[in-house]
Design a protein around this ligand. Sequence first.
Ligand code: SF4
Length: 186
Amino acid sequence: MGTVSRRTFLKLVAAGTAAAMWQGNAAVPAMASATPYRLKDTKVSPSVCIYCGVGCGLLVYAKDGKVINVEGDPDNPNNEGGLCGKGASAYEVYASPKRLQKILYRAPGSDQWEEKEWSWAIPEIAKRIKKTRDANFTIKDGEVIANRANALGHLGGASHDTDECYLLSKLARSLGIVNIEHQARI
Ligand code: SF4
């Protein structure tokens, strides 16, 4: 076996590297273009986050009659494009496949959830509220008129908007509920 000079060895390495690079390039198809801009041809509408009194500005992008993206409005002086976790989830509230579409009911003592209709749930909730209120209502606390429904409580949730919270707190107070709380204080 003949010896290979240093110069010949370097030429062979260079040729091999060039061939490998050429093959590598040939194996990867050239990208025709960059990834298409997903907000291209959308209609953008400025809006305001519904969730709290900060009033952050939103940009809502729609295509073919459907919302496809919601993000903070950089021109709004309240938030300058930023959103808190709640506002940033605005699109998910609209589009998430995990969003519950049906009422789920778990009977007392059961470990199973059952799907129910609104026509069953609303009268059932009203019936149970009335029964609990009637059985526990405090008209007087000593000599002081109380009109208090001690056995009931009301808990708001993060997807309630400002108007819904206003109406729900009015409803709760009209029933005499004093245990009113919200899970998403800001
Ligand atoms: S919930 Fe968050 S994003 Fe919405 S207005 Fe309030 S602070 Fe802004």
